[in-house]
Design a protein around this ligand. Sequence first.
Ligand code: PHE
Length: 335
Amino acid sequence: MEKTIDQICADALKEIETAKSKDSLNAVSLKYLSRKGIVTQFLRSISKLPPEERPKAGERANETKRLLEKAVEDAINSLDARSPAADSFIDVSLPGRSALPGSLHPITQITRQICDIFTRMGFDIAEGPEVESDYYNFEALNIPKYHPARDMQDTFYVSDNIVLRTHTSPIQVRVMEKRKPPLKVIAPGKVYRSDSDITHTPMFHQVEGLMVGENISFGNLKGILSNFVHLMFDEKTSLRFRPSFFPFTEPSAEVDILCVMCRGKGCRVCSHTGWLEVLGAGMVHPAVFENVGYDTSRITGFAFGMGVERITMLKYGIDDIRKFFENDFRFLRQF
Ligand code: PHE
């Protein structure tokens, strides 16, 4: 004899009770309640019963169907309630998990310190575009096309006449085109060169300085830079000027400071010379003044450019420039 609806119901309930996972509960549901399921089949077979038995059997079968649907649903819900997500209820007695406060990148901090020192000496801050024309980056700075001096600063070309600036010096030209002397300007910014090793990254930061007027001499350059180095490092950090070459300054110099690690005794950082190169400088070349329409018989001036990464590395004793751009929290957190 076929099973009665009550037997079917009892079997199904037992299976629901022993099911340990959602999958097995879904399987029970499929077995009994789907279109071809046992309860559904039973409902269909009612039409074959004698007419007087049909209403009662129909009612029992429908009741059973609702009961089993509910039992499956309850079982699934109680599985959810036992899942790990539900275990992690909010415990208000636990100490809070605080958000990490943001802070300024060491390069930003040092750039600001440099700018602060110069603004205290009366310099204004200027900026210029990072995507620069060949004219401002090279030509106006007395670096003609095909001149070997271009080798010093190989860059990224956007097109024949547009480059990513290789230094902040084009800002000198842009400022002088707009303003009449006397002027004292400092210009921080990103610069780009196709260079990459432990002391070079394709993008780095510079701060440019420019002071122009009547009777501005190399002595002024030396005074301003000494003052800067003493404030940035300390009073005991002396500096020296070495003759050098830049197409846009004449005479030109490279400026070294006494090694901040060994104080001149000679160590690995200063390659046993006792000195560290920190910036390029010189008296503005008359050709540059001519390009901006300044009167070269009356006006003189000096310019300098320093690498912010270099200064930051010396200040904090960092030996690999790439650390600045790896975004490693353990490194950044120290500043
Ligand atoms: N622009 C030069 C460089 O990037 C530095 C410099 C600036 C030298 C101003 C002299 C005067 O190497």
